[in-house]
Design a protein around this ligand. Structure first.
Ligand SMILES: [Zn+2]
Length: 474
């Protein structure tokens, strides 16, 4: 490109971005509107009702990318300016509710309620706030709509609900609207455990920024902590009859899984988080049973006390794997672990997750641009051998004292298969993904979303995460 063209080009970029930012200023204040709602339903029905709407401090998200272009998530919030009927904001997300719908707990006639939060920049004018859900063909359909007048003081609560915990910015790379702002927050840490919390934050954060593509994009992130103090050390383990006074309410045993950690204390979590401008929340739990969780655009949870002397690395694995779900919108690529879902993916329907596909036609693969011409689709690998080793592993008792001793050689053998298979390191379509052994495919033989190892993200996951970083940091 000639210098004069380059100048014009640079000018063009500058003008489009400042036009977009002045658009933001026309439509929004530099504040956050937090919409808390109750999400009630059964396996086949759902309704929303607004609990409270709050004004919070600065808008941490992009002021340019207001409309979601990623198309991830089970739900999509769409916000329209009432005066012009223009779409002014949208964002995809997933919920505990939609996961619950795929479990046996969602039996006929059973209804449940979850408390949820949707955040958007504070509008200057009346808005039409709509929630859209994917249908069986994955198209978004509007299921809830309400008009919100931001100037009505009985509608928007401006009272500060912040707690008085210590806030630290452990990584500062610039203004929040130009960065991905990650909040790391602790649960089950007493006053005496706060030094451990700081060490835990450093450990998982250092690991995350040693993994691609976070490693290369470190400058696009800010990392914050809120040093939350709980009355008790540790969190609830209902299957062991252990209950703790932990302020964020995280608990093991979600959906009958000993290791799935979530919380339903959403209002407390959001009130505490409001102390910092955050885009994403990672909750560290001060407990020693292997476990965690991660839901797209909700939060992650990670345990922080190794359950065996040499299993420290598993904490790093969980932290980054779960962030792959909550930040990158990535799906689980594994299919042989015991899980609680019965019909997480509908047969024959292409999942929205960027790294799981039902397609076996090369030209229809959503990651076809990464596939070499000489890689067969579906891609051959030693699946039968892998599956027989995995079924031996599944039969082991995770809570038995010799669990790791028995598991280690099985893991070694499966790792050998994944490393030495003919198309190792290549992008293709490897059968077995998304909790299903047949009919769903993953991009590479191994990935951080596939095996319990410190494996890198595969090329498709790396590209998706990079796209997300771009979306939040431009
Ligand atoms: Zn997972």
């Amino acid at each position: 490109m000639k210098l004069s063209n380059l100048l014009v080009f640079a000018l063009f970029i500058f003008t489009t971005s400042s036009v977009a930012e002045s658009n933001y200023d026309k439509l929004f204040f530099n504040k956050t509107m937090r919409v808390d709602c109750f999400h009630t339903g059964s396996k086949t029905q759902e309704i929303f009702s607004i609990d409270q709407i709050y004004e919070e401090s600065e808008w941490p998200g992009s002021k340019i990318n207001l409309i979601d272009t990623l198309n991830y998530g089970e739900y999509l919030v769409k916000v329209f300016d009432v005066a012009t009927n223009n779409l002014i904001f949208s964002r995809g997300y997933s919920t505990i509710f939609n996961e619950w719908q795929t479990t046996d707990e969602a039996a006929p006639g059973v209804f449940i309620t979850y408390h949820e939060t949707i955040r958007l920049p504070m509008p200057k004018q009346k808005i039409q706030f709509t929630i859209n859900r994917r249908d069986k063909q994955m198209m978004f359909k509007e299921i809830y709509s309400v008009t919100i007048d931001p100037e009505n003081p009985t509608i928007v609560n401006k009272k500060s609900r912040k707690y008085d915990f210590k806030v630290t910015q452990v990584m500062n790379n610039g203004p929040s609207d130009k960065k991905v702002d990650v909040l790391i927050i602790g649960d089950g840490y007493t006053k005496n455990d706060i030094e451990k919390f700081r060490k835990d934050v450093k450990k998982v954060n250092d690991h995350m920024f040693s993994v691609s593509p976070f490693k290369e994009r470190k400058k696009d992130f800010n990392v914050w902590t809120v040093e939350v103090v709980s009355a008790d050390s540790g969190i609830d383990k209902p299957d062991a009859n252990v209950y703790k006074n932990n302020i964020l309410g995280t608990t093991y045993n979600y959906f009958s899984s000993p290791r799935y950690i979530l919380t339903e204390e959403n209002k407390t979590l959001r009130d505490i988080a409001a102390a910092v401008p955050y885009d994403f929340i990672n909750i560290l739990v001060n407990d020693n049973r292997y476990g965690g969780g991660g839901i797209y655009n909700l939060y992650t949870t990670t345990y922080t006390i190794p359950d065996a002397a040499d299993k420290d690395w598993q904490i790093d694995y969980v932290y980054v794997h779960e962030f792959g779900h909550s930040f990158g919108g990535l799906g689980d690529e594994y299919y042989s672990s015991q899980i609680s879902y019965t019909d997480f993916y509908t047969k024959g329907v292409e999942p929205w997750e960027p790294n799981v596909t039902a397609q076996t036609k090369r030209e229809k693969l959503k990651w076809k641009h990464l596939v070499d011409a000489d890689t067969p689709i579906p891609t051959t690998w030693e699946k039968a051998e892998f599956d027989s080793l995995e079924s031996l592993r599944q039969k082991l008792d995770r809570l038995a004292p010799d669990y790791y001793q028995k598991r280690e050689p099985l893991i070694q053998q499966t790792q050998n298969i994944l490393k030495s298979t003919k198309y190792a390191g290549k992008v293709g379509a490897f059968e077995g993904a998304g909790y299903i052994s047949e009919g769903l495919f993953r991009p590479q033989a191994d990935c951080r979303m596939f095996t319990l190892s410190l494996a890198d993200f595969d090329a498709v996951c790396r590209a998706s995460i990079s796209k997300m970083i771009d979306f939040y940091s431009k």
